[in-house]
Write a protein that binds this ligand. Structure first.
Ligand SMILES: Nc1ncnc2c1ncn2[C@@H]1O[C@H](COP(=O)(O)OP(=O)(O)OP(=O)(O)O)[C@@H](O)[C@H]1O
Length: 983
């Protein structure tokens, strides 16, 4: 627990830097390298050229992986310890952060997304962190023999919307697009963390299950990408593995350790302008950047120990809150490109990652926090899990219902708002319309007033005209009465010349009146004449126009008819030429098809022949092959028999050899025994010789000593005695050593001999065992080979019989093919003949149809021409009639004019005559009649007959028909009847 306690102290976020190798494009373009990695010193240096000078910026990280680092290197050095900590009960998070295309997905997932374990459970070399971590977790859990459970979740965060990449397809019965889009809401879990509501948690029992889930999720992500036309570079993905391990404590307690590993593949870190987001995608880029920017702000706040950390500003930071300054161990893998083209982004990534190094987390072991937890049996745990899942599903369904309700409410609110706006607009429109209506009503009232005034004026004028007409009529009547009276009085009083004197003045006045009247009448007649002349002239002009029109129409008709005739003739000739061409084509077709059919027929017969030949050849070849096969089979049979024989012989030989060898071993063993005995004898001899030698040496020594003693006794008694003592001691020591050695040698030799005996007996036993085994094996082998031989012979016989059957089958097939081909050829021939007949019949039909068509065309063109001629004749007649009518009309008008002129002159003359006759001076006759008072109307009376002056008439009219202003009365909406009616 001590180490755990240490681990639970604040630790910095671990930041690794990985620089990918140059990609193909960069290599092709010879892009200069600006990033250099020193993996050992954990340094990355970036070379910048500013104003022609080179600057190097060096960054140090917890670990640095250069372009040559493999997936395995990164995993072993950086991730293995993290996964071990997860297995100890820590929560750990690994982020991949960097510009698009720098290898985030490669690092996290690897090239082989479906990183199913290869042979012997090995992962492919390109497998990334996720598959390797999964494998490590399961390998460890399985080796620990502990009870555990593993759950995974896989989600995508795109545009601030969370999608569950593991959601089963069949659950959501909505359209594919909706399914892809279905966002999941985030909820507070009440413990300071967040939950993704409705996120599928899959319980898995093996690494392979996780791999298939991962594959499913990745596939879903890819499908969504295609549907939404987005790229992985714009979405974040979060793959989480939660592990529960049951562990027994030394105190006998059972606690469940709970570790969680979050693996986050962040979106590309480039900015909006570089991500290519425009218009509609600006929001998308904004939201992605919102997450990444918030992540940056969160890092800044944590590094600079600001009071407020803006976790809540984006879903990404809410989700990863615990991994940033929380209770989770965090590792950031920053990825960069070595190329100069990405320099700006590389520097930004390095700065970002470098700053993140200073974030401190306080990781906790989750088992420690949940020590109060109890062990639950596996079944109950799974049951509770499934219940929890069902409840979560229910909650999800309810939340969906709530969401739907909320959406509906929002929709309704939207509709209500729209309606409200609409009604405000309508009100405004209504007000405007009302104003317009008022204005229009005013206009209408004034127009009605004007109309009424006009009507009144018209009625006034009508009235005046009527009155004037009445006056005129009365005047005319009075004039005629006057004239007749005058005539009568002139006749009656012709003789009363004397009395006429006073009448002269009156007569002169009368004459002047009549003259005036006559002049007036003549003027009027003249006007009438002029009008008639004018109208006659106009009529003439009109008639001339009509004539011209008729003439031009006629001309046009003539021209059109001629053109029509020409066209009909041309079409006839064209039709004929077409028919000729069709005939030619038919002839050609006929010739071609006949030739083709004949060729086909000859080809078929040739084919039949060649087919026959081929079949015969094939048959010959097949026969040959069969013969060869049979020969080969019999050869094989012989060879196999020979081989078996040889095998048997070899076995026998090897058996003999084995026996010889065993004999040899026996001999060897015997020899060995003899040698051993010899060795024994030798050793005892050596021992004896040794003892003898020692005795002799002792004796010789003693003798020599004695001589020397005698010799030097007197001189060097002390020296010699000491020397002798020393010599004796040495010799004794030496002798003792020699004896010991001899004894040791003897012991060793005996030991060796006994060991050799053991070895020998072992070897003998083993050899006997081996010999027995070999003998047994040999018998087995020979039995087996005999059985095999029998089996092979049986199979060969079967093979031969099959080959015979096949040969017969082949012959049968050949015969049937022959039969079929000849039948086919006959049928083809029949078909071809039928086709030729049909073609000929078709030709005849075409010819008859052509003749009929030509006849019909000729007939129809003749008909058309006749029709045209008739029509032309009719037109001409019509025109002539029109001309005659016009002439008649003109003559009639002319006559009318002349007659009118004559009549006018006559009237004038007559009137003059009348006046001259009637107004001759009075000649006395003497027959003065009795004076009588003529009934001549007085001037006053005549004056009375005059129409009243205009003003009087108007006054009179206005008195009798007072004008009512319509301003008081409502204007009538019924349209007034036409004026003509009133007039
Ligand atoms: N260390 C590496 N070794 C070999 N190839 C690599 C390495 N890193 C990346 N690549 C290659 O570079 C290409 C881009 O990598 P990847 O798709 O992982 O980038 P990314 O950062 O995830 O991009 P995005 O943000 O668009 O998802 C891939 O073809 C990958 O195989």
């Amino acid at each position: 627990m001590g180490s755990r306690h240490d681990k639970e102290k604040a630790v910095n976020v671990q930041v690794l830097l990985r620089c990918r190798p140059f990609n193909e494009d960069e290599l092709r373009n010879n892009a200069p390298q600006v990033v250099t990695c020193n993996d050992y010193q954990r340094e990355v240096s970036v070379t910048q050229t500013i104003a022609g000078k080179q600057f190097d910026r060096v960054f140090t990280f917890d670990k640095v992986f250069g372009p040559s680092a493999k997936q395995r290197d990164l995993y072993d050095q950086a991730v293995v310890p993290i996964v071990n900590e997860v297995l100890e009960g820590f929560n750990c998070t690994i982020f991949a952060y960097g510009q698009t295309g720098t290898g985030k997905t490669y690092t996290m997932e690897g090239e082989c997304r479906k990183a199913k374990s290869g042979p012997k459970g090995q992962l492919p070399a390109d497998a990334g962190v996720i598959p390797r971590a999964v494998k490590q977790i399961f390998d460890t859990l399985e080796s620990q023999n502990a009870e555990y459970s593993v759950k995974v979740t896989f989600l995508e965060l795109y545009n601030e919307e969370i999608t569950d990449l593991l959601a089963p397809e069949e659950l959501s019965k909505i359209t594919l697009e909706d399914k892809q889009k279905k966002p999941l809401p985030l909820m507070e879990d009440g413990k300071g963390g967040v939950l993704v509501r409705g996120l599928e948690e899959e319980i898995v029992t093996s690494a392979d299950e996780i791999f298939s889930l991962l594959e499913r999720g990745s596939a879903k992500r890819r499908t969504a990408e295609t549907l939404l036309n987005k790229q992985s570079s714009r979405s974040h993905s979060l793959f989480s593995i939660t592990i529960h391990i049951k562990e027994a404590t030394p105190e006998g307690e059972e606690l469940i350790k709970c570790g969680k590993l979050n693996l986050v593949d962040l979106a590309g870190s480039e900015n909006i302008s570089r991500s290519g987001a425009r218009d509609g995608r600006a929001r998308e880029a904004g939201e992605i950047n919102k997450s990444l920017l918030t992540l940056g702000r969160v890092i800044t706040a944590l590094v600079e120990h600001l009071g407020h950390v803006p976790y809540r500003d984006s879903k990404l930071t809410r989700l990863l809150r615990d991994s940033l300054g929380g209770r989770t161990k965090t590792c950031i893998i920053a990825t960069v490109s070595p190329s100069v083209h990405c320099l700006e982004e590389t520097l930004s990534t390095l700065d970002y990652a470098h700053r993140a190094k200073n974030i401190k987390n306080r990781p906790e072991v989750y088992a420690a926090r949940e020590k109060v937890g109890v062990y639950i049996p596996k079944e109950r745990y799974y049951q509770e899990e499934s219940e929890r899942k069902a409840m979560a599903e229910q909650i999800e369904q309810m939340s969906v219902v709530i969401e739907t309700g909320q959406k509906r409410l929002d929709d309704l609110q939207g509709k209500y708002d729209a309606e409200l706006e609409h009604s405000v607009e309508s009100n405004q429109k209504l007000l405007a319309t009302e104003k317009q209506l008022e204005h229009t009503s005013k206009l209408l009232a004034s127009a009605t007033e004007e109309l009424k005034q006009t009507k009144y004026a018209l009625t006034e004028k009508d009235y005046i005209i009527l009155q004037q007409r009445k006056a005129e009529n009365a005047l005319a009547h009075q004039a005629s009465v006057l004239r007749s009276d005058l005539e009568k009085s002139v006749q009656d009083n012709a003789s009363l010349y004397s009395k006429i004197a006073r009448e002269d003045k009156l007569n002169a006045t009368n004459r002047s009146v009549v003259n005036n009247f006559q002049a007036e009448l003549a003027g009027k007649i003249g006007v009438l004449c002029n009008t008639i002349t004018l109208s006659t002239k106009q009529q003439n002009e009109y008639l001339q126009t009509v004539e011209k029109l008729c003439q031009s129409c006629l001309d046009f008709h003539d021209k059109a008819a001629l053109e029509l005739r020409k066209k009909v003739l041309a079409s006839k000739s064209l039709f004929l030429s077409h028919i000729e061409a069709v005939q030619n084509v038919v002839r050609l077709h006929k010739a071609g098809s006949t030739a083709g059919l004949e060729e086909m027929s000859s080809m078929i017969s040739a084919n039949c022949c060649s087919f026959d030949q081929l079949l015969a050849l094939g048959e010959g070849e097949a026969d040959q092959i069969f013969c060869d096969l049979e020969k080969k089979l019999s050869e094989h049979r012989g060879e196999i028999a020979h081989f078996t024989h040889e095998l048997r012989e070899r076995f026998n030989t090897s058996l003999i050899r084995v026996k010889e060898f065993s004999q040899f071993i026996h001999e060897l063993l015997e020899k060995f025994g003899e040698e051993k005995k010899k060795l024994h004898a030798h050793s005892s001899r050596v021992h004896e010789a040794h003892a003898k030698c020692i005795g002799e040496f002792q004796k010789a020594y003693e003798e020599q000593s004695k001589v020397e003693q005698d010799k030097l006794l007197s001189e060097i008694t002390n020296l010699v005695s000491s020397h002798m003592r020393r010599q004796k001691e040495l010799v004794d020591v030496r002798l003792a050593t020699l004896e010991e050695a001899a004894l040791e040698n003897k012991e060793t030799a005996e030991k060796l001999t006994s060991m050799l005996d053991v070895v020998n007996s072992d070897a003998k036993r083993k050899w006997e065992e081996f010999y027995k085994q070999a003998e047994h094996d040999f018998t087995d082998g020979s039995n087996f080979s005999a059985a095999k031989h029998c089996r092979m012979e049986f199979e060969l016989q079967q093979c031969v019989s099959i080959v015979d059957v096949a040969s017969q089958q082949w012959k049968k097939t050949h015969a049937s093919v022959n039969e079929l081909s000849s039948k086919h050829a006959v049928e083809m021939d029949v078909h071809i003949r039928t086709a030729i007949d049909v073609n000929e019949q078709h030709d005849v039909d075409v010819a008859s149809a052509r003749d009929a068509a030509a006849d019909a065309a000729a007939k129809s063109s003749a008909d058309i021409i006749q029709c045209c001629e008739v029509a032309m004749e009719h037109d001409r007649k019509c025109a002539q009639e029109v001309m005659a009518a016009v002439e008649t009309h003109a003559t009639a008008i002319r006559e009318l004019q002349e007659e009118h002129a004559v009549q006018g002159a006559e009237i004038n003359k007559q009137a003059e005559n009348t006046f001259q006759h009637n107004f001759t001076d009075y000649e006395p006759t003497g027959e003065t009649p009795v004076r009588s008072e003529p009934d001549v109307p007085s001037k006053g009376m005549i004056e009375c007959l005059r129409a009243m002056p205009m003003e009087t008439l108007l006054e009179d009219f206005r008195e009798n028909h007072p004008y009512e202003s319509s301003k008081e009365s409502k204007p009538s909406l019924i349209p007034r009847s036409p004026l003509a009616q009133r007039n």
